[in-house]
Write a protein that binds this ligand. Structure first.
Ligand SMILES: [Zn+2]
Length: 79
């Protein structure tokens, strides 16, 4: 099941949700403030993990297959 990243417009937090592809475009409530004003942020996730090269947090999420870049390629799944 793919891991999607969402951004909350109300408290400006970012959080990740495991959802099926059919659920990906449905609204999701913020895990912190329960606001429905959230947006999916896959491209942001790729940009963040690329600029945050020192962290290495995203590496453990990817494994062999990268589920976070369905739309575009990302640094963790270049073939
Ligand atoms: Zn929020």
């Amino acid at each position: 099941m793919p891991l999607y990243e969402y951004h909350c417009d109300d408290c400006r937090c970012e959080f990740e949700v495991l959802r099926s592809f059919s659920q990906a475009d449905e609204p999701v409530s913020c895990i912190q403030c329960d606001s429905p004003q959230t947006r999916r942020a896959i491209s942001l996730f790729a940009a963040v993990s690329k600029s945050d090269a020192g962290g290495g947090d995203g590496r453990s999420l990817g494994g062999t297959g990268c589920a976070s870049c369905a739309a575009t390629s990302c640094a963790t799944c270049k073939t």
